[in-house]
Structure formats: structure tokens, C-alpha cells
Design a protein around this ligand. Structure first.
Ligand SMILES: Nc1ncnc2c1ncn2[C@@H]1O[C@H](COP(=O)(O)OP(=O)(O)OP(=O)(O)O)[C@@H](O)[C@H]1O
Ligand SMILES: [Mg+2]
Length: 258
């Protein structure tokens, strides 16, 4: 792998001045369309049909909507895991909509942190090694990797389990490791797809408290959920239906965005 050491791994994320962001646009979607096509078939599935939203630094946003409304598709686009069919996506001032797969993978490893419903930890690796993986891709030295992994495992209160493998942990503990892994490269943006979907309510609350804490530290978070109780932790709720944004509300002031 030809990745060079990147000082961005140690970038300090600016602390948001207000709970709803400090005004600088971090992720800007302009008229984004995503149409899935199936090779060899004339069928086209329009999953996202012209979405324009701006997420500012420090915002804590929920994306809601029924099954099939386009939530995961939108998160995949925000997470540079897929290309839009048309439209423009700017992340941290960089137009990422036209970048090729290699460049997008570079952006993902440097600027983004992901948390998935099914945790997606590497089963053969210990917790500590799981946290070191994103740092290997950034070319961070082994000593610094270990130091940083230990720091973040401590943040999620699993320092006594560092040599365990994911299967030896409960779902809630695995999700805490996944959050630590999403944080370890100091991402610009944290993206979570149904992070409490596989957890019971009490364990889900522990995970949501962790997200609340990250938000209070100024991190920018976009979280998908179909549960209202989860969305209510967020400061902004964007609702999708059939690939359109049908509602975008500020939960603090209860006002809709234009
Ligand atoms: N890879 C794909 N190829 C073709 N169609 C897809 C693909 N991924 C999703 N779709 C379709 O796009 C639409 C939106 O799907 P998406 O997965 O974004 O929904 P969702 O809101 O995340 O649903 P859920 O709550 O069930 O996870 C659906 O009609 C789905 O069938
Ligand atoms: Mg989904």
C-alpha cells in the first residue's frame, strides 16, 4: 500500500460554538440523484430523486423514513461509498462527486468514520487491532497506532478487554468498539446506519449517550434510524420518503428548514 503518513490523523476538530453547528458547511448535497440500474436489465430504481441539504460542522442529524425510502443510499453517498448518478457533493470544501474509486477510498479513510448496525468488526483481530486498522491505512507508526487505539478503547470503557476478539463481547460492547474505531482517525464526519438496530433498548441508550457525548464535544454526526425515540437525540431530523426529503426540522426550535 502506497499511503503516506498523513498529519490529518492528528487534526484537532474545532469545537462547535453552538449545539446546532458553528455555521461552516461540512457536507453539501446539491440536487443529488441516485438511480440504481441492474446489469442486463432495463429496470431503473430511483432511490434518491434530487436531494439538496447542507450539514454544518458540529451538527447532529438524524435521517428518518420508512424502509426503502432511501436512507442507506443517502448515507452511502454521504460516506463516499457510492457515486451519485447526478448532482454535486462537497465534503470539507472538496467536490467529491466526480472522484474515482481510489480517491474516494482515500477520502473515506481520512475524513470519515462509519458505524453500522451489524458492527462490522474484523472477527480475527483483537479489539485493539481492530482500532489500529484505520490508522494503518493512514501510515501512522506502530507505536502511535497502539497509543491512539488504547486511548480510544479507554474512552468507550473497554480497556480491560483489549485482547479479546469481537465474538467474545456483547452486542453493545461490540458497538462501543465500532464507535471507537470510527473516532480513532479523528474524522470530519461520523456516519451511522441504524447503530442501535441490533441492540435492546437499554443497550441502545448507552450507545446513544456515547453519540450525545461526541456531539457535545463538537463532532459532526449523521445517523440513520427509523425510530423516533432515537432521532429525538439529534438536533435535526431529516425525513425521506420515496427518495425525496419531505421534512427537515430543527428539534430545538421545532422549525422547518426551507
Ligand atoms: N444496490 C441496489 N441495487 C438496486 N436497488 C437498490 C440497491 N440498494 C437499494 N436499492 C433500492 O433503493 C431503494 C432505497 O433503498 P435503501 O436501502 O436506501 O432504503 P432504506 O431507507 O435504507 O431502507 P431500510 O430502512 O429498509 O434499510 C429501495 O427501493 C431499494 O430496493
Ligand atoms: Mg437502510
Amino acid at each position: 500500500m502506497s499511503h503516506q503518513p498523513k498529519t490529518s490523523a492528528h487534526r484537532q476538530t474545532p469545537i462547535a460554538q453552538t449545539a446546532s453547528g458553528n455555521g461552516r458547511v461540512l457536507a453539501g448535497l446539491a440536487d443529488i440523484v441516485k438511480i440504481y440500474t441492474i446489469p442486463g436489465s432495463p429496470v431503473e430504481i430511483p432511490a434518491i430523486r434530487g436531494v439538496s441539504i447542507e450539514v454544518k460542522e458540529g451538527e447532529y442529524v438524524a435521517i428518518c423514513g420508512h424502509s426503502g425510502s432511501g436512507k442507506s443510499t443517502l448515507l452511502n453517498l454521504l460516506g463516499c461509498l457510492d457515486h451519485p448518478t447526478s448532482g454535486r457533493y462537497t465534503l470539507g470544501g472538496l467536490d467529491v462527486s466526480k472522484l474515482d474509486d481510489n480517491a474516494l477510498s482515500e477520502i473515506r479513510s481520512q475524513r470519515l468514520g462509519f458505524v453500522f448496525q451489524s458492527f462490522n468488526l474484523i472477527p480475527q483481530l483483537t479489539l485493539l487491532e481492530n482500532l489500529e486498522v484505520p490508522l494503518i491505512y493512514q501510515g501512522i507508526s506502530p507505536i502511535l497506532r497502539r497509543q491512539r487505539a488504547l486511548e480510544f478503547i479507554e474512552r468507550v470503557e473497554l480497556s480491560d478487554r483489549i485482547n479479546h476478539r469481537p465474538m467474545e463481547l456483547s452486542g453493545g460492547q461490540q458497538q462501543r468498539v465500532a464507535i471507537a474505531r470510527a473516532m480513532v482517525n479523528d474524522p470530519l464526519l461520523i456516519l451511522a446506519d441504524e447503530p442501535t438496530g441490533n441492540l435492546d433498548t437499554a443497550t441502545g441508550e448507552i450507545i446513544l449517550k456515547l453519540f450525545d457525548q461526541l456531539h457535545n464535544e463538537g463532532k459532526t454526526i449523521i445517523l440513520i434510524t427509523h425510530e423516533r425515540s432515537v432521532a429525538e437525540h439529534c438536533r435535526r431530523i431529516i425525513t425521506l420518503r420515496d427518495g425525496y426529503v419531505i421534512e427537515d426540522i430543527d428539534t430545538r426550535s421545532n422549525t422547518s428548514k426551507p
